[in-house]
Design a protein around this ligand. Structure first.
Ligand code: MN
Length: 421
């Protein structure tokens, strides 16, 4: 399913919100997206079409993976990054070629009050150096007509490739992809081995991913807009502030500069943006960790499902559902979950009769199945998430696991009453 096919699908199911009137790229679009929560197609932001909240809920993820919502994680935990990638020579992305670069003509949004500037938030940065390639989403701050500041987080793949090139005084060729098949957007948010993102996307959707070559040699998938260029080896500029998943500001940092040399796009392209701290941002950050937790807990007991809940920024809180086999399984599940996702701060383990997507049902489990001195596991001074405002300056935090599973020997006491048909 291409970007456009996915949007038509959302339209058909009545999920898509369309806004015809002109909307400002500064604050207005992000304000509307924050209130709306559903996928929104803006027809006119500075004269361009813009799509926000594309993969903003688990329903859209389920549509993308062609499975029911409850089976997303079990499907994701089974797929290996081993699909087919095909090189092709033609692409609809080449419908319009702009040699005269002017990024200010794109509908790049300014999202929050103290943001350092307009930011590209859904750009997949594809790079390649000495035969090793990578594709990942980076926040990109607009600096001028042909310049962007890129936040490259160490020691992720783009950071490493740029470092390698810069050590030899060379610039790193990149192509920034905006608006491609949702499976590719999702795959680019995961941490598969270097260069395996497109193979992973192909495996997820069960059909080959086609790539075509840009002028600078970078191979990209068909998409709405591609910005071709390179990352300068030495230059550093102020990047930020910018809002991260917790909805608080990340500080100004010295980051590298991308110079754009050519823009190619479809006729009447649809620009894709991700609202910082919005549901799509949270899901893209968190969902890739759910299959990792699922597999790790599966090593210690019978795991049923895992969710990184939205109230925990889809990153800091996990609800793990198990089918308890022996007393103590809950605590083992807690330890496995913390090991699988080092940024995890609090985890609640529940039984198979609890709806993990319903915060009230999870609270019910805590209310009726927990004894404070028996069922909590507290671990001090462990590595936490740099995104947690309550974390220590040395990167450590305290982790808390809650075993909200039934006591096996007293199982009958916990049975929820049913009304017969
Ligand atoms: Mn990578």
């Amino acid at each position: 399913m291409s970007f456009r096919e996915f949007i038509s699908r959302l339209k058909k199911t009545g999920t898509l919100v369309e806004i015809q009137r002109p909307v400002s790229p500064k604050f207005e679009a992000s304000r509307i997206a924050k209130q709306t929560k559903a996928p929104i197609l803006f027809q006119d932001i500075a004269g361009s079409k813009v799509l926000l909240n594309l993969l903003g809920s688990r329903e859209e993820l389920a549509t993308m993976l062609k499975v029911p919502k409850a089976e997303i994680i079990s499907k994701l935990s089974k797929v290996a990054p081993k699909g087919e990638v095909k090189l092709v020579s033609a692409s609809p992305t080449l419908e319009v070629v702009e040699e005269e670069v002017d990024l200010t003509k794109l509908p790049i949004l300014t999202h929050f009050e103290k943001d350092g500037g307009p930011y590209i938030t859904a750009g997949i940065v594809v790079s390649e150096y000495e035969g090793v390639s990578n594709a990942s989403i980076h926040r990109l701050m607009l600096l001028g007509k042909d310049r962007l500041a890129a936040r490259l987080v160490p020691p992720r793949h783009t950071y490493l490739l740029h470092k390698k090139a810069a050590e030899k005084g060379e610039k790193l060729p990149v192509a920034i992809v905006l608006g491609c098949a949702p499976t590719i957007i999702y795959a680019s948010s995961t941490r598969v081995p270097a260069g395996k993102e497109f193979e992973y996307a192909a495996a997820l959707r069960g059909s080959p991913v086609e790539l075509f070559e840009c002028e600078n040699g970078i191979k990209v998938p068909h998409s709405e807009i591609v910005l071709e260029g390179y990352i300068e080896p030495e230059e550093r500029v102020d990047e930020g502030p910018f809002v991260d998943i917790t909805g608080t500001y990340d500080r100004i940092r010295k980051e590298p500069v991308i110079r754009i040399t050519r823009i190619i796009h479809r006729k009447d392209p649809i620009y894709h943006g991700i609202l910082p701290a919005g549901p799509e941002h949270l899901l893209m950050m968190g969902v890739p960790y759910e299959p990792r937790i699922f597999r790790a807990v599966g090593e210690v007991t019978q795991v049923k499902n895992v969710v990184l809940s939205q109230g925990g920024c889809c990153y800091l809180h996990a609800i793990v559902q198990i089918e308890k086999q022996t007393e103590g399984d809950g605590k083992n599940a807690i330890m496995a979950a913390f090991a699988a996702h080092t940024s995890l701060k609090h985890v609640v383990v529940v039984d198979e009769d609890i709806d993990i997507f319903d915060p009230n049902d999870v609270e019910f489990a805590i209310a009726t199945r927990v004894k404070g001195d028996k069922d909590l596991l507290i671990i001090s001074n462990v590595r936490g998430s740099s995104l947690d405002p309550r974390g220590a300056s040395d990167g450590t935090t305290t982790k808390l696991g809650i075993d909200a599973t039934k006591v096996l020997a007293e199982k009958e006491n916990f049975k929820r009453a049913k009304i017969p048909k």
